[in-house]
Design a protein around this ligand. Structure first.
Ligand code: RUB
Length: 313
């Protein structure tokens, strides 16, 4: 269980972060753990899955990834192990190929000479931007710093290293600069059945500001960012993190001051022009079809509810 515990702690401490990366990392840990264990395969794998699922509550990618891997079959322990490893490898391939495809589809939306605004650090959103740049388009990027964890610094560094012109701004400067922006591209932690986007805190303010200025707002999201749980009425849990990420001890110890630190917010579908997935660019209204045709709902240890499952291959 050490492999799983190490992985879980890295996700909790945000050493590994971003919805796609945490999903891939958890799958790798489950694969290594499956190779290590002997006896009570189902019980041990279920326990490991629960530990990983409970690390960060908001990104459904983690749930979909674990669900996919835990859909293994077999009679003997060896057959089960083999099946699990195969599924883990399939999921990892899914992550890698999906991002590339999203880049190809999404880049068509960025014209030569565009200025793009992005928020936080999304590998899918950056795949779109990098692909447009690779195609020879002149692309400038505005990156928000994304307080309180400053993932925007990672984005700025990553784009600059890639050779892309990037301007770092504070989150509250988004509306001030919106008149210079041609298109907003962000990633996703979760997309609900009604097409709402859950992404880094501040995303919904950016969407509001983009709509006001009639700037297109595009989401880059793999199909495993769509939440089958929302089809059955479940609400997305928004992670609230420690106040110490926002304020120092002097403020935190003042009994008259409350500090709140939600890590994500909800952008309603009316603010979203397009969701770019690896199987095509869709309007948010089509989210239901992605969930129905490509994902599966299962609660570990409880009754299994299967939708029309299609495995990725
Ligand atoms: C990261 C974040 C990203 C999405 C998408 O939040 O909100 O926009 O996870 O990222 P945190 P990706 O840093 O709190 O994990 O496209 O890489 O999956």
């Amino acid at each position: 269980m050490r492999i799983v515990e190490d992985c879980a702690r890295k996700i909790e401490r945000m050493e590994i972060r971003g919805a796609g990366r945490i999903a891939r990392f958890a799958v790798e840990a489950l694969k290594k753990y499956a190779l290590e264990i002997r006896g009570d395969f189902d019980g041990k794998m279920r326990e490991a899955s629960m530990r990983l699922l409970n690390t960060r509550p908001t990104a459904v990618s983690l749930y979909n990834a674990i669900n996919y891997v835990m859909g293994y079959h077999g009679e003997s322990e060896e057959e089960k192990r083999e099946s699990l490893i195969k599924r883990a490898d399939e999921f990892i391939r899914w992550v890698d190929t999906a991002r590339e495809r999203i880049g190809e589809i999404g880049s068509k939306r960025l014209k030569d000479g565009s200025t793009v605004l992005t928020h936080c650090n999304s590998s899918s959103a950056l795949a779109v931007i990098k692909k447009a740049f690779d195609e020879g388009k002149e692309i400038k990027v505005f990156a928000t710093e994304s307080r309180p964890r400053y993932q925007g610094h990672i984005t700025a560094r990553e784009l600059a290293e890639y050779g892309i012109d990037v301007t770092l701004i504070v989150d509250s400067a988004v509306r001030y600069f919106m008149k210079e922006i041609d298109v907003v591209v962000v990633g996703a932690d979760t997309i609900t059945v009604n097409g709402a986007l859950i992404n880094k805190i501040g995303t919904s303010q950016i969407a509001l500001s983009a709509k006001e200025a009639r700037v297109p707002f595009i989401v880059a999201a793999e199909t495993y960012k769509f939440s089958p749980k929302t089809l059955l009425g479940e609400l997305v849990v928004i992670e609230e993190r420690e106040g110490s990420e926002v304020a120092g001890k002097d403020l935190l110890s003042n009994p008259k001051i409350h500090v709140r630190n939600p890590a994500f917010d909800v952008t309603p579908r009316d603010y979203i022009d397009l969701i770019v997935t690896e199987i095509g660019a869709i309007p948010p209204e089509m989210s239901y079809l992605i969930i129905r045709d490509h994902l599966q709902y299962k609660e570990f240890g409880k009754e299994e509810i299967s939708l029309n499952t299609k495995h990725y291959d």
